[in-house]
Every structure is written in C-alpha cells, then in structure tokens.
Design a protein around this ligand. Structure first.
Ligand code: CA
Length: 475
C-alpha cells in the first residue's frame, strides 16, 4: 500500500506545482473620462502624442469597434463594473450628488467585478472617479474594493481651490467653483486627505504606488483606475501646457495637455509593472467611458472624427471609444481587432482570465468572455447584436454586423452601413426596410428585459411607458 500512496500523493500535488508556475493574472482597468475617439496616438491623433498608450496598444489589441453601454459617465460605469446592461436595473441617468439619496447609485442587488475578484482571493483597489452613488452604502469599500483613493462624484477640479468654468453649450460657460461635487473631498477609503498638486498626476502616482505594493505580495490584484481627465474643467499643469504651445486654440491646448498627463501617468504605471516583472501576466484594459463632448455641456475640445456625434448621442461618436486590451502572456501583440465588443465584456473576460466565476445567485450577464475571440480560438463575432437605450427610451440603437440602426424619440428610424459609411451620413432605412424592421423588432425584444429608470429627472426619462414606446417603435 505504501508505494501506491506515494504515487497518489505525487499526482495530487502536481496541479498545485503547475498553478504555482503560472500564477493568476493581475487585472488593470484604466478608464479615461470624455476622451474623444480620435484624441490618442494609437487612434490617429496628430496633435496629441501619447507614446505610453501607443506602447500599450502595440503590446496587445487595438479594438476599433469597442463600445460602451451608455453615452454618459455614470450609467456607462454601472455597466462596466457589473457586466450587465445597466437599464436592466434602472440605471439610466447620472445620480444626484447627494449623500442622502439612497436610490441614486449602483443598486445593492448588483455584484461588481471587484466583488467577484475579491471573493477569488484578489487584492482589489479603486482609484479616481467613482460616480456610482454618493450615499455611504454605495462607497467603493462596500462594492468590492479593499482600498479606495479618489472622489465620489462625477467630476473634480484638478488643482486645490481652483476656480473653474465649464461649457454649458452655445458658447456659454458657468463657474463651478461653488459646485459641491467638483469640490468634494479627496478620500483615502473614508478619510479626507489634503489635496496636493494636479489631480491626474496624483491619481497616477497613487496607482503606481499601489502596483508596487501589490507586486511585492503573493496575491494577484485588480486595480480600477478611473481618471476624470480629460473631462472638464479644462485645467492642466504649466509644464504640460508649455509642450503644446503650438496649438493655438487655448481649449484644445489645455485638453491636449490633460490627455498627455493621462499618458504620462500610464507610462509610470507601465514602468512599475515592467520593473516588478509582472507585466507579462497583467491583463490591461484601457477605455473611455463615453465619446468626447464637443459642443454640449462639459464640452472639452475633444475630437471624435471620423465618427458622427458626441457624448450623449447614440451615434457612434457617443458610444464607440478608444479601447485597448493587452495581456502579453496570452493575447497576441500588435494587432487590430474589429468585431464589435462592449465594455460589458470586460467583467466576464477578467473573471475567465482569473479562473473564477460570478456567484450564480446574481442575475445573468450581458457581456461575454472575449478570450476565445481575442486569442484566435474562434473567428466568430462575440455578439450577434449590441443595444443601447437612453433616457428611459428617448433614443435607441442597435449594432448588428455592419448595420447600425437608431431611433430617437423625435425622429424617424435611421439605418447606416458602417462598413461603407462609418460617419453615419447616408441613411439607408428606406432602401433596406426589411433590415430596419428586423432591428426595430430586436430593439423592442431587448427593451422588454429592461425596467424604467430608477432615478433621474430628464423630461423624457420615466415618462415613456414601455407599451407606448413599443407601439411608437413598431415598424
Ligand atoms: Ca464621461
């Protein structure tokens, strides 16, 4: 019996040895705020060099058709961190900046990427903009993050005590120096810390310090770094502004300096990862939370060309964003991936990479694990269709292959062929009525799985009941 026992013991320890040789990947999720589709080097920007982000792109995949699930900040983040179309749980507007608003935030019925990774033994950290509810019950420390450094609102001034102005459309500006949300305290977990220096730089320093600290432990880690740059207010460090002196438009110059500061911070993080020896086994995502706002409130001099539209639109310029995925150990480098994907896919992809799953008691995901698609195991499209609904039904959009169907409450349905008309300039709904009808039906079918907005005060939001809407949308 004794020799047999020895053999059995050897076999039983073998998997442990193998998994120790191939540790679980770290996951780094970097989000920019209101970054234009064409405002980084890897997307073609000429006036804003982003060498570090370009290096990140070269180390993995540039996803040309990478979308977010909503064209403004907060609902987009609710989808990102849950892997679910956020309208399924009533998240369709930015929440009020109000620490007593118990319904204005990510519902406690939802599970986050951080919840799952923490349960799987990951160290979890969030840095930067939260914007998923100001009530204490929504604090990052209660949503799966061991550590938090940042501010809880939807935006923040970049310099302590600075007076800031934001565009409110039609060339008008408003001063937000007295805006409590822009001036909210910087927190380390729940403790207020002094504001020091320029905020994007500071967030990058915190992230780099976290990476260095995490890398020295034996545990895998997940870091969610949500820059508020280049969201308004337009403010940047003097040395970065000086680099862009050749840009004559002052707003574009400041915006460029802000994007360059994000790039510099990413460069420091990549250097820390390289120095730690963990770069190969770190899965990195980089996205913007929505398209660049060009003329509306919070316009920041961004450029979404060649896409039509901007933040707040279901045209491509509102929802298609710079989107990078890099994991040197598993995903081939230097390629472009052009099947439609969505930020909802980040959660299932990260969990699959970590070898874990979500607690099955939570409602089903909409995102899919992208790894079989990104590693070439299959050439199929990850999604048959992607869907958008805005403001409780003010606008809808569907992407199916090369087709983009959209409908706003005020206008007739439109259909575009994105393969031949990326800029959505030629509505072909009348020449392809059967396709327009199919996608309208698909939008209605999808809409049945959504609920009315749980909060928000848009004039359309919550006022359109689904029965009436479906009647209105019927082909
Ligand atoms: Ca945003």
């Amino acid at each position: 019996m004794r020799p047999f026992f020895l053999v059995a013991l050897l076999f039983s320890v073998a998997p442990t040895v193998a998994s120790a040789a191939e540790p679980r990947p770290n996951i780094l999720l970097i989000v920019a705020d209101d970054l234009g589709y064409n405002d980084v080097g890897f997307q073609g920007a000429r006036d804003i060099p982003t060498p570090h982000l370009d290096r990140l792109a070269a180390s993995g995949l540039r996803c040309t058709d990478g979308y977010v699930s909503y064209p403004v900040c907060s609902p987009s983040r609710a989808g990102l961190l849950t892997g679910r179309y956020q309208q399924r749980f009533g998240y369709e507007f930015n929440p009020k900046w109000d620490a007593t608003a118990v319904t204005h935030g990510l519902p406690l019925s939802e599970s986050t990427l951080a919840d799952s990774l923490r349960s799987a033994g990951y160290t979890t950290g969030a840095i930067g903009k939260w914007h998923l509810g100001a009530h204490p019950q929504f604090h990052p420390n209660r949503r799966g993050f061991d550590e938090y450094f940042g501010f809880l609102g939807g935006g923040h001034r970049y310099f302590p005590g600075s007076v800031v102005e934001v565009e409110i459309g039609a060339g008008k500006k408003t001063t937000v120096n007295g805006d409590a949300e822009q001036n909210a305290p910087i927190l380390r977990n729940t403790t207020i810390v002094p504001e020091v220096g320029e905020l994007t730089t500071r967030l990058g320093e915190e992230a780099t310090a976290s990476i260095n600290r995490y890398a020295s432990s034996q545990k895998p880690w997940f870091l969610y770094l949500a820059f508020n740059a280049p969201h308004t207010p337009l403010q940047a460090r003097a040395d970065q502004l000086a680099r862009f002196a050749s840009i004559t438009d002052e707003r574009r110059r400041t915006y460029a300096a802000m994007v360059a500061t994000v790039d510099e911070a990413v460069g420091r993080m990549l250097a820390a990862l390289d120095a730690s020896g963990q770069r190969e086994r770190t899965l990195i995502f980089f996205i913007s939370d929505n398209g660049g706002p060009m003329t509306k409130r919070n316009a920041n001099a961004s450029v979404n060309s060649p896409l039509r539209g901007q933040k707040g639109d279901v045209f491509e310029g509102g929802i298609r964003v710079p989107f990078l995925i890099s994991w040197p150990a598993r995903i081939p480098a230097g390629r472009t991936y052009s099947q439609p994907i969505i930020a909802l896919d980040i959660l299932p992809t990260a969990l699959a990479a970590a070898g874990t799953t979500r607690d099955s008691k939570f409602a089903a995901l909409d995102g899919v694990d992208l790894l079989p698609f990104l590693t070439g195991k299959t050439n199929a499209a990850p999604h048959a269709r992607l869907y958008w609904r805005m403001d409780g039904g003010e606008a809808f959009a569907v992407r199916e292959g090369n087709w983009k169907w959209l409908r706003t409450y005020q206008n007739a349905p439109q259909l575009y062929d994105l393969f031949t008309d990326l800029g959505e300039t030629r509505d072909v709904a009348s020449s392809h009525p059967e396709i327009a009808a199919r996608l309208a039906t698909a939008a209605m079918d999808w809409n049945r799985g959504l609920i009315a907005p749980a909060f928000g005060n848009n004039p359309f939001g919550g006022l359109i009941n689904r029965t009436g809407l479906e009647k209105d949308l019927a082909p």
